[in-house]
Design a protein around this ligand. Structure first.
Ligand code: ZN
Length: 414
């Protein structure tokens, strides 16, 4: 029975977006939270980019240690051999998504006449062969601008991808052009013709990213293959954003045509929704809008007479799902009196006070001093007050934290 899985791309599409930045420690925390949430895969970054190298290798080490398991960690690069070569030289990445444009408008516009449809097929085949020959697995072939591509050519492209070892085809609605019905039909056609698992990658330019993701995934499932939906935490991503992680999960689990079909990967744990949404908002420096699906302030707030009366009689009158399912409902303690924090200029006493409150103990003075030094650097690195989860992470994985915090330009301009 085909299923729907989630591949979160916050740490790739999310952070390549203007005005959205995550420090490497924050990207790591997002991976940790996604893993706790039971998300199938995190596209964690660009392994051919020098400043990502320590972060990516450190996260792969966390995976090897079992601290970042079972989530699949994959990188993104162009379907060109030089990108793949650099990725596997610089990092220990084992899974990649390879991207190339497939619409005539992009083939013409981006390559300015130097490439035609056949050349694109050749590049896809060649890059997949190279990646497989170098031991990479779980390869995804990304069809950029698939929604504007000729459907017969897209089927041909998917066939080549499958033949050369791609596990999945990523159908990119790069411009947010599809609607839920067109994407359903197009993906179903490709999946029926080629029998390859399909990823949806939908943008929100028409406000339909989640709807299109669900529509596209159903097209794949109805054709008998697995679907993988690309999401971003809080719906960030290029321009109007990508499909929001929590909304997508809710849509697949709760929508009227889907709530009885049990299509979503059972490991997905919605009770982490509140935690990851809040953390990302803090890390991005972007407040959650009051009407954000599931985690906005108004998502479970009622005032008008009929609504308040109805929900007080029975919550099901005006709420589609329970706030407790999302990990909401626990009071948050905000210190309104004296508070000691720890950061870039802290000393050992204040640092110890903070960690005592987190109930984290150190075996001796030397360990405490080492963690303090890392905390100072972490604060310089994120440029904002460290969260409890970040402080705990640094104390638990100091060697990994040290690597993640080491972001230094290469000594020459190579
Ligand atoms: Zn995108």
């Amino acid at each position: 029975m085909p299923k729907i899985y989630i591949i979160d791309v916050t740490n790739r599409d999310g952070v390549q977006t203007p005005r959205i930045c995550l420090a490497k420690l924050q990207k790591t925390m997002i991976n940790m939270f996604l893993n706790e949430m039971g998300i199938y895969q995190s596209e964690l970054g660009f392994p051919f980019t020098n400043h990502e190298v320590n972060y990516i290798n450190a996260n792969l080490e966390l995976a090897e240690m079992g601290a970042l398991q079972p989530i699949v960690l994959s990188g993104w690069c162009r379907a060109v051999i030089s990108d793949i070569e650099k990725s596997i030289t610089l990092t220990r990445i084992k899974h990649l998504s390879l991207s190339i444009s497939v619409s005539d408008i992009m083939i013409k516009g981006k390559f300015e006449g130097r490439k035609n449809r056949q050349d694109i097929l050749h590049m896809a085949a060649e890059s997949l062969d190279y990646a497989r020959d170098h031991g990479l697995t779980k390869l995804g072939m990304n069809a950029e601008d698939a929604s504007r591509a000729d459907i017969n050519y897209l089927i041909e492209f998917a066939g080549v991808a499958k033949e050369h070892g791609a596990e999945r085809l990523r159908y990119c609605d790069t411009l947010g052009y599809d609607d839920p019905f067109t994407i359903y039909e197009r993906i179903k056609k490709v999946a029926q013709a080629v029998k390859i698992d399909i990823e949806t990658h939908c943008h929100n330019d028409l406000g339909m990213a989640v709807a299109c993701s669900v529509g596209g995934a159903l097209g794949a499932v109805d054709a008998g293959v697995n679907a993988y939906i690309n999401t971003c935490v809080n719906g960030v991503g290029e321009r109007a954003g990508n499909a929001d992680l929590v909304s997508t999960i809710l849509a697949v689990r709760k929508a009227s045509g889907l709530d009885h079909r049990n299509l979503l990967d059972e490991r997905v744990d919605l009770s982490k929704a509140w935690q990851i949404g809040k953390y990302a908002a803090y890390a991005f420096d972007l407040p959650i809008s009051i009407n954000q699906v599931a985690i906005g302030d108004n998502a479970f707030t009622h005032e008008s007479g009929i609504h308040a009366d109805g929900v007080l009689k029975d919550a099901h009158n005006y709420e589609l799902y329970d706030f407790r399912e999302l990990g909401r409902g626990n009071p948050e303690i905000v210190e309104t009196g004296r508070k000691i924090t720890t950061g870039e200029y802290s000393g050992i006493r204040g640092f110890r006070n903070v960690y005592n409150k987190l109930e984290v103990e150190f075996k001796d003075e030397q360990e405490a001093t080492e963690i303090l030094e890392l905390v100072r650097y972490a604060n310089i690195h994120t440029q904002k007050a460290l969260t409890d989860s970040e402080l705990r992470f640094i104390a638990q994985y100091p060697a990994i934290a040290r690597k993640i915090l080491t972001v230094s330009p290469p000594s020459d301009s190579k």
